[in-house]
Design a protein. Structure first.
Ligand SMILES: *[C@@H]1O[C@H](CO)[C@@H](O)[C@H](O)[C@H]1NC(C)=O
Ligand SMILES: *[C@@H]1O[C@H](CO)[C@@H](O)[C@H](O)[C@H]1NC(C)=O
Ligand SMILES: *[C@@H]1O[C@H](CO)[C@@H](O)[C@H](O)[C@H]1NC(C)=O
Length: 308
């Protein structure tokens, strides 16, 4: 047994040494998957959902349950087995979810750590492809589980028990996170509104695209796409981070994926047809666009819309 003063780095040795090596199909597989591009993924260790003295080790894309040596527990902080009494032991001494359900007289039990989660003791569904443990459930974002009324409710009214963490960003909810590798990361799909004023905001990872988000009380309450733009509805408008609105491509410079006409080397005081549509024309030097009526096209020669 190691004396408590042993440097923490020694604890890493245990990860190689103690092998229970038991494949457990009840464990959520968070292992990097073997693929033609990555035939030998980096090793990964993560904590066991129910038992601090165990951890999960990945081999060829599968999770194997391993045991820490006696007197040590697995620490997420340093990814290794650490002394139970030491400062790196952050393992919450939670009863297993099963025990929580057996001990409780109720069917729905608020989660001790997260206000958006709860236990549903009559739900025996398979949680293997999820970050939730057995019986553990999560409200739909941005709802929270009211610990008095025992149901998911709007975050505006739900009461959270003291000491529970309140999920605010979409990716605080584990059900929004990816479980497979063919999944667009949560933060790309569901931008955070934390610290942003109420109203429309750009998706900071997808600037100058149709994608944007409506924020309310730091929550991303609606994920939106700009509508198609008149008159021909071939393209969607793009969301302008400057104007916080969907604006037509005709007002967005080409270097930002827009279609704003360029008046460079064009005669001033004249109108020109756009490259994209013969119904759309613009004036120089202002690059402002105008539209011909249906069944008309712009003629540069006569400087007006003419019947086709
Ligand atoms: C750990 O302790 C248990 C009893 O508490 C004992 O049965 C087991 O053999 C010990 N394991 C090691 C690796 O020392
Ligand atoms: C609890 O689980 C049962 C069985 O799957 C289901 O019918 C019920 O809707 C669940 N309740 C909640 C609040 O999740
Ligand atoms: C939003 O979050 C900020 C911290 O980033 C906080 O100061 C502010 O009070 C929050 N606003 C609302 C409405 O909850």
């Amino acid at each position: 047994m190691l004396p408590p003063s042993t440097p923490i780095t020694l604890a890493f040795v245990f990860l190689v040494g103690t092998a229970l090596a038991q494949y457990d199909s009840d464990i959520v597989n968070k292992c990097p998957q073997v693929s033609p591009e990555d035939p030998n993924p980096d090793p990964l260790y993560y904590s066991h959902p129910d038992d601090c003295t165990k951890y999960v080790s990945c081999a060829f894309g599968l999770p194997y349950v391993m045991e820490c040596p006696n007197g040590t527990v697995f620490s997420d902080v340093i990814t290794g087995c650490v002394h139970e009494e030491g400062p790196y032991n952050k393992c919450a001494k939670r009863p297993e979810n099963k025990a929580t359900c057996q001990a409780g007289s109720r069917n729905l039990i608020p989660h001790p750590d997260f206000c958006q989660r709860y236990y549903n003791c009559s739900d025996h569904s398979d949680k293997r492809m999820s970050y939730l443990g057995k019986f553990e459930e999560e409200c739909d974002y941005p709802d929270l589980f009211d610990y008095v009324l025992l149901k998911c409710m709007s975050f505006k009214v739900a009461k959270c028990a003291e000491g529970t963490k309140v999920g605010v960003q979409p990716c605080d909810y584990v059900r929004n996170q990816c479980v497979s590798s063919h999944c667009e990361p949560c933060s790309f799909r569901a931008p955070s509104c934390l610290g942003k004023p109420d109203g429309l905001h750009e998706n900071t990872i997808k600037l100058w695209t149709p994608f944007h988000v409506r924020c309310e009380s730091n929550r991303s309450v609606e994920f939106l796409e700009c509508p198609f733009q008149p008159p021909d509805s071939r393209f969607r408008m793009l969301f302008s981070p400057e104007r916080k609105a969907c604006i037509p491509l005709w007002e967005i410079p080409k270097e930002k994926s827009g279609l704003q006409p360029d008046c460079a080397e064009k005669e001033e005081g004249r109108f020109f047809a756009t490259d994209e549509s013969d119904r759309v024309f613009y004036d120089c030097p202002f690059s402002k666009v105008f539209f011909c009526d249906k069944e008309e096209v712009f003629s540069e020669e006569s400087q007006k819309c003419v019947q086709t």
